[in-house]
Design a protein around this ligand. Structure first.
Ligand code: ADP
Length: 231
């Protein structure tokens, strides 16, 4: 796809990230650039230790680069205060991890309602949005279930719904189906891909699953600290 001229939801611009100093310093990212566009899912495929988590943390404003810029929704973030970065993260970025991290003592519905209420939405509105999302993800009959009463695939679909409950523009996922059997992974991934298209999210998904990666719009890897497009 030709992305020339399109406004990117997320852009890493010549990002550098090193850990430590002097002779023992590890240069993980060294001029890494990547642009993510609305309605597009991008697979991040790279061997362990290549820097996938580092890149996701930088993109998610959980860490700051040693050099370079991270643009979120058109805003340069490097000069922002921690509070400004946190606000931008809350409004614009959703996260999905390999393990769902749902609150165990709350129902699926409540797990979606809480982050919206924390963001300032009234309970009724948050509830309506939560029901809509759970319905969209095929979980209408699971609203009152707690995470332990859900299957692995259902838990992960609730985690995806929670990640987008506050209407972020960007979704970052770290091995979101890594803990699921192939059939369930395939189903969860299909749901995620449909959600990206339906809501115009820009999604960056780290995965080792090449079959699923092949179904995404783009594939990138990290080579010598830089982001490289794959076929
Ligand atoms: P991946 O997610 O692709 O496995 P990471 O981003 O976790 O890779 O790590 C990339 C490299 O950076 C690894 O060599 C790792 O040891 C190193 N690294 C990551 N975090 C730190 C840290 N906090 N301190 C020192 N080295 C780190």
């Amino acid at each position: 796809m030709n992305d020339a001229g399109r406004f990117s939801a997320l852009a890493l611009e010549s990002v550098e990230r090193r850990y430590g100093r002097g002779e023992t310093a590890v240069e993980v990212l060294n001029g890494a650039s990547l642009a993510l566009y609305s309605g597009q899912s991008v697979a991040l495929i790279a061997p362990s230790g290549a820097g996938k988590s580092t890149l996701l943390h930088l993109a998610g404003l959980l860490e700051r680069p040693s050099a370079g810029e991270v643009m979120v929704a058109g805003k340069a973030t490097s000069a922002m205060t921690d509070d400004e970065r946190t606000a931008l993260r809350r409004n614009q970025i959703g996260f999905v991890y390999q393990f769902h991290h749902l609150l165990p003592e709350f129902s699926a519905l409540e797990n979606l309602v809480l982050p919206q209420m924390i963001a300032g939405l009234p309970r009724a509105e948050a509830g309506a949005r939560a029901r809509e999302l759970l319905g969209y993800l095929g979980l209408a009959a699971r609203e009152t279930h707690r995470p332990a009463e859900l299957s692995g695939g259902e838990q992960q679909r609730v985690a995806i719904a929670r990640a987008v409950a506050n209407g972020p523009r960007i979704l970052l996922a770290d091995e979101p189906t890594g803990n699921l059997d192939p059939k369930t992974a395939n189903h969860v991934f299909g749901t995620l891909a449909a959600l990206v298209k339906a809501t115009g999210l820009a999604a960056l998904i780290a995965t080792h699953n090449l079959e699923l990666a092949a179904r995404m719009d783009r594939r990138v890897t990290i080579r010598d600290g830089q982001v490289v497009e794959m076929a």
